[in-house]
Design a protein around this ligand. Structure first.
Ligand code: SAM
Length: 184
């Protein structure tokens, strides 16, 4: 696991235990996720696959609150899955956000209209290959990309995937440069 992913994991594990801290954590994500909803044109009829939800799957929570879409969150960390289920239950969204132990490079993405790839999800190339292989050709893939000077702290995406990116939105966080919208 890359260093930033480890740091985020520790922060989320601590904050996931307290509802007030979940709301505080959300302040960091609100603007970012709103831009992603707009970029991906996510609506209530969408089925969204969030790859790398962490202990505190705020991206999924915000998408559910803003759009009423149906969401599946996956994570490779069993502890994160257990904590995330408790957090989602506390905010009353267990019926619309399902959380499963699975990897982005192994999950079957068939039936999802949108896939969201967390900044810390790795290996990114294998995750993208898997989505391309298993999902419908119409899937919209939202992928977060790090700031240039922070790239070494995150998993890289091979340049060949940039031609699949047809739109992007800039993000104003210390770690993220943009969210890309990719298609097959
Ligand atoms: C710390 S979270 C950040 C997501 C953030 N909470 C959100 O709402 O957008 C990143 C998570 O990605 C998970 N992860 C990393 N690689 C993954 C993969 N290949 N498949 C599924 N989950 C992955 C990590 O276990 C970690 O819990």
């Amino acid at each position: 696991m890359k260093m930033m992913a480890k740091i985020t994991n520790i922060i989320e594990k601590g904050m996931g235990k307290h509802p007030a801290l979940v709301r505080l954590y959300g302040l960091y994500y609100n603007d970012m996720v709103e831009k992603e909803i707009e970029l991906g044109q996510i609506q209530s009829a969408d089925h969204v696959l969030c790859i790398g939800g962490g202990c505190l799957p705020y991206t999924a929570i915000k998408i559910a609150q803003e759009t009423s879409a149906t969401i599946k969150v996956i994570d490779i960390d069993e502890d994160a899955v257990q904590t995330a289920r408790r957090v989602v239950a506390k905010v009353g969204l267990s019926d619309r956000i399902k959380i499963t132990l699975a990897s982005g490079q192994g999950v079957d993405a068939a039936g999802f209209s949108v896939a969201h790839v967390a900044l810390q999800a790795t290996p990114r190339d294998a995750i993208l290959e898997n989505i391309f292989k298993t999902a419908s050709t119409r899937i919209r893939i939202l992928m977060r990309s790090p700031r240039k000077h922070m790239q070494s702290l995150y998993c890289k995406t091979h340049e060949k995937y940039l031609c699949n990116c047809y739109k992007q939105v800039g993000q104003n966080t210390p770690t993220m440069q943009a969210t890309w919208l990719l298609t097959q």
